[in-house]
Design a protein around this ligand. Structure first.
Ligand code: ATP
Ligand code: MG
Length: 252
């Protein structure tokens, strides 16, 4: 039960923190994940903790790209599992995507724990666990290069919520289409991805699930047009402008 009063002005943000703290205690999230969340929520504070028009556009494009993908994969880390376990499973089910546990600060134990947690939230299959199907992305020079042969290694489109820049850039180098969810429009991940949803994952994932449902009625020509018409550089620039405008208004 939450101890946070619903009268508190930062109630939503504090509830999200609670989810991470619970995830930390359950061994899903590591301390570095808590710090990464801090960077994200600072940007959320600045944009006003609501979904911007630019993010809505990116969600639409992401849904279209996922629906036209042949082998889509959703990469899941500890923060993602702790914050939106039901929604990642729902999204995977609705587009026939694979779920793969992929950790920045990995351990076999934590991988297994995250997979187990996703299964408790109705995931049928979770890749990225153990060594049997693992392979390496040579472009990444650390133990973070491990990926699943059946998952990310074989994917055409990879959704990376809250990802590090090195990994995102490496996925691009090996020819993947990348969709990122990242509060920071200036991060390397945001800039390297083909489509970046600059929004809190707590709001972005349910929106993405809804958009996929809505767009699933569209034919492929229409879906491809939505993807082609989307300009990530322009969208990120508009997000930075929004941040800058909000800061100017506050400092008046
Ligand atoms: P990069 O490596 O891409 O340049 P970074 O080093 O600044 O980024 P990382 O810790 O590698 O940051 O990645 C975490 C990213 O996830 C950050 O950009 C942060 O803004 C973002 N983030 C954290 N929590 C959330 C959240 N709840 N929703 C959306 N984005 C988030
Ligand atoms: Mg980083």
């Amino acid at each position: 039960m939450s101890k946070i009063s619903s009268e508190h002005p930062r109630v939503e943000s504090l509830r999200i923190r609670e989810l991470l703290v619970e995830g930390f205690k359950a061994g899903l999230v590591v301390s570095e994940g808590l710090a990464a969340h801090g960077r994200g929520e600072a940007f959320d504070y600045i944009i006003g903790e609501k979904t911007a028009e630019q993010a809505k556009k990116a969600v639409e494009a992401a849904a279209a790209m996922l629906l036209t993908a042949k082998r889509p994969v959703i990469s899941v880390n500890g923060n993602v599992a702790a914050l939106v376990p039901d929604e990642v499973v729902k999204l995977a089910d609705s587009i026939g995507a694979k779920l793969e546990v992929n950790l920045f600060n990995g351990s076999a134990e934590r991988e297994a724990r995250i997979a187990e947690y996703l299964r408790e939230h109705s995931a049928k299959e979770v890749f990225g666990i153990g060594e049997k199907f693992s392979t390496r992305i040579e472009e990444i020079h650390s133990d973070r290069r491990k990926v699943d042969k059946r998952g990310i290694a074989a994917a055409d489109v990879v959704l990376v919520p809250l990802e590090d820049g090195d990994r995102t850039e490496a996925l691009k180098k090996i020819g993947k289409k990348v969709i990122a969810i990242d509060m920071n429009p200036m991060s390397r991940t945001a800039r390297a991805a083909d489509i970046t949803i600059v929004d809190n994952i707590i709001r972005a994932l349910p929106r993405l699930v809804m958009a996929v449902r809505r767009l699933s009625r569209f034919d492929r020509v229409r879906l491809h047009k939505i993807v082609d018409d989307f300009d990530n550089t322009k969208n990120l620039k508009a997000m930075v402008e929004l941040i800058s405008k909000r800061l100017k208004n506050i400092s008046r």
